[in-house]
Design a protein around this ligand. Sequence first.
Ligand SMILES: O=C(O)c1ccccc1NCC(=O)[C@H](O)[C@H](O)COP(=O)(O)O
Length: 217
Amino acid sequence: MKVDVKICGLTRAEDMEACAVSGVRWVGLVFHSASPRFVRPEQAARLHEAIASPSAGGPLRVGLFVRPTHEQIAAVLERIPLDILQLYTDEATAFTLKEQTGRPVWLARGVAQQHDLPVSKAMDGYVIEAPAQKGDTRPGGLGRVFDWTLTRQWQAPAPWLLAGGLTPDNVSEAVRVSRAQAVDVSSGVEEAPGIKSALLIEKFVKNSQKKACTRKE
Ligand SMILES: O=C(O)c1ccccc1NCC(=O)[C@H](O)[C@H](O)COP(=O)(O)O
């Protein structure tokens, strides 16, 4: 089965192109000003225009927001037609924002133990990653791995992506152990925060499929 790939934290047109060429399904744009991968709406609009639209076969555009207001998301949507919102907030707020924006919402969830895994069908998807730690300046894009075995028996209530500390070298093992059907990476395909490597993107996409095709579990 094909494993879908999201590359997150894009800031350059050439990296958008590398994603499109490698067959990435989603590209993520970070609208959180404390992030080294932060893009302003105008910059995001330029990145959006750098590659084919989803209707023409390009990757879907995912916007990441941390505890956003509706006004903040609406201001971004005026400049770029995001396909999906990836939110770092509580479920009730995420649901309200889904209703207000009319956009599909993925809720990001830090998972330390089995009972942290979401059970609600109210979201369109989940991004499952390592939990935040004291002193973190942001809730994601930290290159931190969590215990991939936690998701093995999980009856996921919606589609989900495995995230956190994935690299071209560990992604095939991560897919095999976690049983994820979609993976999300940012720092693992970077030369520096926000600066992606076309070579690493290509390798990541290739390796995400490797064990997925041959795994016996
Ligand atoms: O990338 C950031 O700086 C960021 C800031 C605020 C919220 C989320 C952020 N990134 C999330 C992601 O890039 C991914 O969804 C995921 O966490 C993977 O990150 P990484 O461990 O670096 O591969």
